[in-house]
Write a protein of this length. Structure first.
Length: 83
């Protein structure tokens, strides 16, 4: 009889994210959303104006047509301009 296998890796530093982890700044909050989906579709799902927000994966800016996946950590920032 074989020993059962663990469904998750045994690495204690490993964290399982079943959905994209979304960090929003105005107001500050964190949510999880299932992927995959395009950045522009994520913004629309959150009722945010595509042209008025930046989508950042890790520390890289993402274009509106790039795909986002469940393991991604995403930050959404509003575009602020002034003079």
């Amino acid at each position: 009889m074989c020993a059962p296998t663990s469904p998750l890796p045994l690495n204690p530093n490993y964290s399982y994210h079943p959905a994209m982890q979304i960090q929003l700044s105005h107001p500050a909050r964190s949510i999880a959303i299932k992927g995959p989906k395009r950045a522009k579709d994520l913004l629309r799902e959150l009722n945010l104006v595509v042209e008025a927000h930046l989508v950042i994966r890790g520390d890289e800016l993402v274009t509106e047509d790039e795909m986002l996946f469940d393991h991604d950590e995403i930050e959404i920032r509003p575009v602020i301009s002034g003079g």
